[in-house]
Design a protein around this ligand. Structure first.
Ligand code: DX5
Ligand code: ZN
Length: 215
């Protein structure tokens, strides 16, 4: 079965509590947080006060996707909010190996995200150390964008690299995921699907989450 991480970026912020309770009742595996700084990506989403409030209500492991420059500044803060997983962008981390170590020392699983234009070869030296590779299937910054089909082969090659290194990392994909794109990319090796608009804009989000899990 696939793992599904609904992204609250697409939730209704006026009824955020209700949307979190919906996710609690669903089969979702993780809750995905998109933190943006207006510098690494051309948008600003929400920050720690919102995450702190949600952390009190959610029953799902928190999967924090940091789209910010120098994410290592926030490792302690993210850990203190109870996050299970902290994912940083390779493009934002000149000292990626150290950042991964610090995330582990803070007691979290460590993920590394790659923008669509970044080669998987940039992960070669750290692949054995990471718990998760997040392949962006859109350019990060916004929900509701169109899935980039060439990322299917990128996931396939990432899976091969993980195998070749005898590494334990799992592959998460993020952006434009719906039942059709989710099926294609899971066949290529992704096991965790982030889904924002497809879940929160659907008529029956609980059913949508169940459908995605069983692709
Ligand atoms: C994009 C974010 C995604 C976004 C996905 O920058 O990282 O997590 O919320 O939204 P959808 O599923 O609508 O593409
Ligand atoms: Zn994300």
């Amino acid at each position: 079965m696939l793992q599904i991480a609904p992204s609250i970026l697409s939730a209704d912020f006026l009824r955020l509590g209700q949307d979190i309770e919906m996710v609690n009742r669903s089969e979702a595996d993780w809750l995905h947080f998109d933190v943006m700084d207006g510098e690494f990506v051309p948008n600003i989403s929400f920050g720690f006060p919102v995450m702190a409030a949600v952390s009190k209500l959610t029953t799902k492991p928190m999967d924090v996707h940091m789209m910010v420059v120098s994410p290592e500044r926030w490792i302690g803060k993210v850990a203190s909010l109870g996050a299970r997983m902290m994912t940083v962008h390779q493009e934002a981390c000149p000292h990626l190996h150290r950042t991964i170590q610090l995330i582990h020392e803070a007691g979290m699983l460590a993920g590394v995200a790659l923008n669509p234009g970044t080669s998987i070869s940039t992960l070669e030296e750290v692949i054995a150390d990471v718990d998760l590779v997040l392949i962006m299937t859109v350019n990060p910054g916004f929900g509701g964008q169109k899935f980039i089909p060439s990322m299917i082969d990128k996931v396939r090659r990432t899976q091969q690299m993980i195998k070749a290194h005898n590494a334990h990392a799992i592959i998460e994909v993020d952006g434009g995921i719906n039942p059709e794109t989710g099926k294609q990319i899971s066949e290529a090796g992704a096991t965790v699907l982030v889904a924002g608009s497809n879940v929160f804009k659907s008529e029956n989000p609980i059913e949508t989450i169940a459908t995605l899990r069983r692709l």
